[in-house]
Design a protein around this ligand. Structure first.
Ligand code: SF4
Ligand code: SF4
Length: 295
């Protein structure tokens, strides 16, 4: 394809990016980040963040020390374990001490494990430099819009400089930080993947523009994910009661955005504490009480 050699090498043996690699390599997520710094209309805070993870599940929250212990235990038991991600359950970069401490320890104790993190991007410019110094191979930014008018329909508020900012202004700041973070990472040689949540009637048409902008800035992959609208107590997931897209809507949009940039169609929106090969979850074998007895 069109990808530069260096990027292709990293992508080809990564379980999340290569259809082929995901049969041979395993990944895991550790849930060390409980807090979030924005509100998405589609979020239900009781569950994992949908930046990357499947909403509607609750992951076991770990301290950085516990997370490192778990990663080492899993790596010792699943030799294909090559990729470690932090994806929640809130926003990993809204909990910078916990997330960065986990990465610091891992790049020291398990230098062969490839690290990744996903974020809504609000706090990204503040930590982009530090992220580029650890073993972080790629960062996933969830970008649902590049237009504050669209953003105002997705984000009721953000928490910024110690206060709550609402409406269009909030969306404007978030978009600015996401774009700046994307640029900073690309400049520093960190791979950037962009996730977009397809919300029918809100950003479906607009995502083509998002795709164009992030490609132009150097994102290597754009992953359009369906809004998962789970029915809970008779109402649809999310404050606006949106429905999720149909398979056809999702495919049409993925085709429209594909262009010359690789699209990722096999992301499973794994839970924030997923363990194992893609499509399997062996997290129950590595709960805290079990890893205590593994030493
Ligand atoms: Fe929820 Fe994630 Fe949005 Fe934060 S970024 S409000 S945790 S979906
Ligand atoms: Fe890979 Fe997507 Fe699962 Fe993350 S959520 S581990 S990118 S398949």
């Amino acid at each position: 394809s069109h990808l530069p050699e260096a990027i292709r090498a990293k992508v080809n043996n990564h379980p999340c990016f290569s259809e082929d690699a995901h049969h041979h390599y395993a990944r895991m997520h550790v849930a060390v980040a409980p807090a979030c710094n924005i509100q998405c209309h589609y979020c239900n805070r009781k569950y994992d963040c949908s930046n990357e993870s499947r909403p509607g599940v609750v992951s076991e929250l770990l301290t950085p020390d516990q997370a490192v212990k778990k990663v080492l235990a899993v790596a010792a038991n699943i030799p294909q374990m090559t990729v470690l991600g932090i994806a929640g359950p809130g926003d990993p970069l809204a909990n910078p001490e916990r997330t960065l401490e986990t990465f610091r320890q891992l790049s020291e104790k398990a230098p062969d494990i490839r690290l990744c993190v996903s974020t809504n991007g609000l706090a990204l410019p503040a930590v982009a430099e530090e992220l580029s110094k650890h073993n972080i191979e790629h960062v996933t930014i969830t970008i649902n819009c590049v237009d504050p008018d669209v953003g105002a329909k997705i984000y009721p508020w953000i928490f910024w400089n110690n206060r709550r900012v609402k409406g269009r202004k909030a969306a404007e700041i978030l978009i600015e930080q996401q774009q700046k973070g994307l640029e900073m990472l690309v400049e520093r040689g960190v791979l950037v993947k962009v996730n977009s949540v397809l919300i029918p009637g809100v950003n479906d048409e607009h995502l083509k523009e998002v795709s164009r902008v992030v490609k132009a800035k150097g994102a290597f992959l754009h992953n359009v994910m369906p809004l998962i609208a789970e029915e809970e107590h008779g109402t649809f997931y999310g404050l606006m009661g949106q429905r999720g897209p149909t398979n056809e809507e999702l495919q049409t949009l993925q085709d429209a955005c594909a262009g010359d940039m690789a699209m990722m169609r096999h992301c499973r929106q794994c839970r924030a504490d997923a363990v194992g090969m893609l499509g399997e979850d062996r997290g129950h074998e590595f709960t805290l009480d079990k890893i205590e007895t593994m030493e």
